[in-house]
Design a protein around this ligand. Structure first.
Ligand SMILES: [Fe+2]
Length: 291
């Protein structure tokens, strides 16, 4: 092979490599900007516990979180989501905070209320505050929207969910850890001893405190799963209060363990990207181990 040919094939290889890397980078950008943020992942889990009354066996809970309406997630997506949730026939629906990205700038409040009002769950729909629901003077706007939509907004209080045979589980909710004043003790004050208790807390890292309060299940959001994860490295950004617990299940404590679950949320914030952290809708089926 002549020297000229070698040089030429060398240059060709370099250019080929550069074009390939460029395509991968712009393809990656396109994927993270336009594809993955809309690839809903419906995850299904069973929750077993000796304190779940036998008549609650098979009760279906759906958790959705962190829509951040007005940033990348729009009303059409919310509408589609509501349809999907209703098709799954949940008995209970939980929304774990961050409805709008900037409540005081959001333009379509009535539209969002109309969509949220369509959600159906015979045993109740409950919600809590996220940091974005308080941010930008949003506290009253969010409260008003959730109430108009038929959700019970829990803020350091709780309510029983009662079946026809009188058996109960409890759902308690705390205020946001970043911009509110969460109080697990106050939230749990009404709950009778030995009740199966589900805590809704936007910020997952509150689990460390919750594990001291005889709570069996904590459902959180806030982390977005980091939004952008890299293989072998994990999430690039973990927000405050989601630094320790950012995705999926965690078990805390040994004697009466707390199961914490962190949902990756539906929308995005700060950067309109998701990579290896698909938007999530979570379905939990309760299983009784009562003897
Ligand atoms: Fe949040």
């Amino acid at each position: 092979m002549s020297e000229e040919m070698t040089r030429r094939s060398f240059l060709k290889r370099i250019f080929g490599g550069l074009i390939g890397a460029g395509a991968a980078a712009s393809g990656g950008y396109f994927y993270a900007r336009n594809i993955e943020p809309h690839m809903l992942d419906i995850t299904q889990h069973e929750i077993r516990h000796i304190r779940i009354p036998s008549s609650f066996d098979g009760v279906k809970i759906i958790q959705f979180s962190d829509t951040h309406l007005g940033f990348q997630y729009d009303l059409n997506e919310l509408s589609e989501l509501v349809g999907r949730i209703n098709k799954l026939n949940p008995d209970i629906i939980f929304f774990t905070g961050d409805l709008m990205d900037k409540p005081n700038e959001y333009q379509n409040i009535d539209g969002a209320v109309k969509e949220l009002s369509r959600l159906q769950a015979p045993l109740g729909r409950f919600s809590i505050y996220g940091n974005h629901d308080h941010g930008g003077y949003g506290s009253d706007i969010y409260r008003d929207m959730m109430e108009r939509s038929g959700f019970t907004l829990l803020m350091n209080n709780g309510e029983p969910i009662t079946l026809l045979d009188g058996s109960k589980i409890w759902v308690i909710g705390v205020d946001d850890a970043m911009l509110g004043t969460p109080d697990i003790q106050e939230a749990k004050a009404m709950v009778p001893d030995n009740s199966y208790t589900i805590l809704l807390a936007h910020a997952p890292d509150i689990a460390d405190a919750a594990s001291g309060f005889d709570v069996q299940l904590q459902l959180s959001g806030h982390s977005h799963g980091g939004q952008i994860q890299l293989p072998f490295i994990g999430p690039l950004v973990k927000p405050p209060y989601a630094e320790k617990y950012y995705e999926g299940f965690y078990t805390l404590g040994t004697e009466s363990p707390l199961t914490a679950y962190v949902n990756r949320g539906l929308g995005t914030t700060r950067l309109p990207f998701r990579f290896l952290s698909r938007p999530e809708l979570t379905v939990f089926t309760l299983r009784s181990e009562e003897q």
